[in-house]
Design a protein. Structure first.
Length: 141
């Protein structure tokens, strides 16, 4: 673990190999491990089944190559994505449809079988636009 360096921000940064997403990687024998997962399991506890580790920004961690167990918290995959403040977080935080600006309420919200939220109004409009094309294809066949 000589490749761990304390950063002025308080992060314990991995200076060795990283994967394409920037997470530190370490090898033991023929197995490769994410550094942050290994550090958490060595110094805290095994990551609970069904959870993943989040580098908690509220604890000052903004680095994927940070291996500080104090900066990590086991959370669900969805919670981790929401905290990342990316596309998924923006979708979850939205209170209104980005297309028609109707609210995401019980009446106007459709949940897909995959767990995604859709606007019922926009789905109806899309279905209406698709219907004439379906009829035209059936006639042409």
């Amino acid at each position: 673990f000589r490749q761990l360096v304390i950063d002025p921000s308080g992060c314990l940064l991995w200076t060795g190999k990283t994967d394409r997403r920037g997470y530190g990687r370490i090898s033991f024998g023929k197995r490769h491990y994410p550094v942050h997962c290994l550090m958490y399991e060595l110094f805290v506890e095994p990551v609970p089944e069904g959870l993943e580790l989040d580098h908690v920004k509220a604890r000052g961690c903004h680095h994927r190559n940070c291996g500080s167990p104090a900066h990590l918290e086991p959370v669900t995959s969805l919670e981790n994505k929401i905290r990342a403040q990316g596309f998924i977080a923006a979708q979850v935080a939205a209170t209104h449809c980005g297309t028609c600006d109707l609210p995401y309420d019980e009446e106007n919200t459709y949940w897909t079988p995959g767990g995604r939220r859709d606007c019922r109004n926009c789905r109806r409009e899309a279905d209406r636009r698709r219907e004439p094309r379906k009829r035209d294809r059936r006639r042409a066949a």
